[in-house]
Design a protein around this ligand. Structure first.
Ligand code: C2E
Ligand code: MG
Ligand code: MG
Length: 718
């Protein structure tokens, strides 16, 4: 309204007009004569007098700087002077000091008044007490800045320090601000000390509030001290005002303290400001806690508080982006499932937590990140060169050499470890997958064992996956057939029996060896189906021969341990025999040696039940584990099959002795010995000379389709 206006008045008339105008103006108004060097105040209205407590023309002849005080910002003051000198309109907010300790934030606007000569001869200043607005504005600026900083993971201490500094600036009076929070142990701990040195803040006691803080939330507590001069700050601490910070449930969580140079009383707006500030701090702490909880939930395993895979992937990704190299190791205690079975899942969790604690004890360089990979495994990312991995292995050993105290027991563990490597070109996800593949590989060997990823592992595992995927299809679409391999009597060279072996011609994978698909079918729970398929085919074949009055010999089917120990094996086996009306002595079964160790009593009961039903059994691949020697005499097997690997190595005197011992053992136990995998005449003759009665192998016959076996048997048994 006034800016750059030209009024048709001389300076004299202009002045009297301005005086009249300011008397009617709705805020404080000051007229400054710009034609005089010191820019004196030549008039001020009643409202300005009320604002500053300067009455009766006390300020006339003074410059506006007369209102400056200790905390007045000198830069803003200089700006005001500059604008007056250069006759530029502008507005400012500056701390002004009136009479009788009156201090207020003055929202001041400079309007320039020109006379008819176009000379700027007066500045008309409108002034408003802006203290309340500024306090409110500070609160809302602080609020948005706090939330922004919390989003950016700024620490609570940093945020509170910023609040303390802002309070010192905004407060009209000279003050120092400190913020304390109540710790877990219900004592105060200062978090922010504003511009005071922390040790000074710490040397002052904080009011101990009582429990019923709810009613006192609006109150502020005064303490007076022996005045202490703080040289650095040029500040005398003589009193302190403390306002409690309460949680939303009125629990005491901290306090804001303002230190003053003398004992002063508070104005209403200042108390309101502190109350609002205490609420803001309380909310931001709550928000920070919630964020912390969310962070905990998102990044840590809830049962063990170990970082989770989401966190791990982020860290690994970051390391790769930063151009570092290293390795990833997945560690799985071999005993994990036994421990969980015996003592419960929480003890399994406890084991992983203790492992993490051990790893952290020795992680001095902080170049390692440990997370929970699965319920039973940990994953480690470690920044180091591949050459250094040997050093690292010794650290891993640290995990297995000493026992863990679990459930009041000392338990030793072995570890299966899968290792892969990463470099700046790696894909994080791929590296983790590779370590996992290596882990699968390491499980194949007993005891603590580390497997390093190489591309061969993937193709091997890929092949296993293909087999697994095709198994169900193959079973459903009759891709499985049965081959029979004759068992030959060494004296007469007659066919004494057959072993039935499954064959799989997959439409996708071609011919798949049982050595490949049997272990996979065992893992996938499909082995019963294969064993039963073979048994049915064999029974059908026997039934057919018997129905046609053709002579036949016993046929042995292979049974996997899982199937053997599984539900209702004996019943199902006998039911099938019954269904095909095949007499029990035409069917035998072979089972591998390792089974007795698992559940000796149960094995004995099953073998007994089948023996009572007239079904004989062979212990297959005998000698490989030497595990059953002590049990063998007590188990009702009728036949021992000497493993092919022994037959193959009979040229070695040690092995020769082993084979001889097994044959002798069989005789002593009144069991029938049969040698597997005879490929040469020499092997046949050696075995025969040792007193082995029966053999099986390519030297005599390879496994053959059922039709071929029919022809062969017809010829031989005629
Ligand atoms: P196994 O029961 O010990 O069977 C003997 C294996 O040796 C057969 O391998 C047979 O083809 C092979 N063989 C026989 N004579 C010779 C020889 O002179 N030289 C050589 N190098 N090998 C010979 P195949 O058929 O590959 O079967 C491997 C294993 O798979 C079997 O070992 C058996 O444990 C398992 N298996 C085969 N069919 C079945 C089945 O239907 N059910 C179950 N559970 N396992 C089966
Ligand atoms: Mg066999
Ligand atoms: Mg065998």
């Amino acid at each position: 309204m006034f800016t750059n206006q030209t009024l048709p008045l001389s300076q004299e008339y202009l002045f009297s007009w301005l005086k009249q105008f300011s008397d009617q103006y709705m805020t404080g108004a000051v007229i400054i004569d710009l034609t005089k060097e010191e820019f004196p105040i030549v008039y001020y209205n009643e409202l300005f007098a009320t604002l500053t407590h300067y009455k009766d023309g006390e300020l006339l002849g003074q410059s506006i700087s007369f209102l400056n005080g200790l905390k007045t910002n000198s830069e803003i003051e200089a700006e005001i002077q500059y604008h007056l000198q250069n006759a530029i309109s502008e507005k400012f907010t500056i701390l002004h000091y009136g009479k009788n300790d009156v201090i207020f934030w003055n929202h001041l606007k400079i309007h320039l008044i020109k006379d008819t000569e176009q000379c700027t001869c007066y500045a008309f200043l409108t002034c408003e007490d802006y203290t309340d607005q500024l306090l409110n504005q500070t609160l809302s600026t602080l609020e948005s800045s706090i939330y922004k900083q919390l989003e950016q993971q700024t620490t609570t201490a940093c945020i509170l320090q910023q609040i303390a500094e802002q309070v010192e600036l905004t407060f009209t009076r000279q003050t120092k601000c400190a913020i304390h929070l109540v710790t877990n142990h219900s004592t105060y701990e200062f978090i922010a000390s504003g511009s005071l040195p922390p040790e000074i803040v710490n040397s002052y006691p904080i009011i101990q509030f009582n429990k019923q803080m709810g009613e006192q939330s609006h109150r502020i507590f005064l303490q007076e001290f022996e005045p202490q001069f703080i040289e650095e700050q040029q500040f005398v601490i003589a009193s302190a005002w403390t306002m409690p910070i309460l949680s939303t449930h009125n629990a005491l969580i901290g306090a804001i303290t303002l230190f003053f140079e003398n004992s002063i009383s508070f104005k209403k707006n200042e108390i309101q400001f502190l109350e609002a500030l205490a609420k803001l701090i309380s909310l931001s702490i709550k928000y920070a806690e919630q964020k912390q909880q969310l962070h905990q939930l998102a990044y840590y395993d809830s049962a063990t508080a170990i970082p989770n895979m989401y966190y791990f992937n982020q860290v690994l990704q970051q390391w790769i982006e930063q151009g570092t190299s290293g390795f990833i190791a997945i560690l799985q205690p071999g005993e994990y499932s036994n421990i969980v079975d015996l003592y419960g899942r929480h003890i399994g969790d406890e084991l992983l937590s203790q492992m993490v604690a051990r790893l952290q004890q020795t992680n001095v360089a902080n170049n390692e990140f440990v997370a929970k990979f699965t319920n039973s495994a940990l994953i480690i990312a470690h920044q180091m060169t591949i050459e250094q991995i040997k050093i690292y292995e010794s650290r891993i050993n640290h995990l297995t050499t000493a026992p863990y105290t679990l459930y009041d027991k000392e338990i030793y563990i072995t570890l299966k470890i899968g290792v892969s490597f990463f470099n700046p070109e790696s894909l994080a996800e791929q590296c983790v997958r590779e370590a996992d593949l290596a882990l699968t590989k390491s499980r194949a060997t007993s005891g603590t064992n580390t497997a390093f990823f190489n591309t061969a592992i993937t193709s091997e595992i890929q092949q296993e996956m293909d087999v697994l995927n095709q198994l169900a299809y193959g079973l459903e679409h009759k891709e499985f057939t049965v081959h029979l391999q004759p068992k030959i009597n060494f004296e007469t060279l007659a066919i004494e029996g057959f072993e039935a072996l499954s064959r799989w011609q997959s439409h996708r994978l071609g011919n798949v060896s049982p050595a490949v698909f049997i272990p996979i079918a065992e893992q996938a729970g499909k082995i019963n189906e294969i064993d039963t398929l073979v048994l049915r085919e064999v029974l059908k074949w026997q039934q057919n021969r018997l129905a046609n009055n053709l002579k036949t010999v016993p046929i042995a089917v292979n049974i996997s341990p899982d199937h053997f120990y599984g539900q209702a094996f004996t019943e199902n086996f006998l039911t099938l025999l019954e269904a095909y009306q095949v007499p029990a002595h035409y069917i035998k079964f072979e089972i591998t040696e390792s089974i007795e160790l698992v559940d000796f009593k149960k094995a004995k009961a099953i073998l007994m039940a089948l023996k009572n039903a007239g079904i004989e059994s062979s212990i297959d691949d005998f000698g490989v584990g030497f595990s059953s020697l002590s049990y063998l005499p007590q188990l009702p097997f009728s036949e021992i099959k000497i493993d092919r690997s022994f037959v193959n190595a009979m040229h070695d005197p040690g092995m020769n002795a082993v084979v001889q011992t097994i044959i002798q053992l069989a005789k002593n136990l009144q069991m029938h010995a049969i040698a597997e995998g005879i490929e040469t005449l020499e092997q046949y003759e050696t075995l025969k000379a040792m007193g082995c009665p029966t053999g099986q192998g390519y030297y005599f016959y390879k496994p053959m389709p059922l039709e071929e076996a029919t022809i062969l048997l017809n010829e031989k048994l005629l």
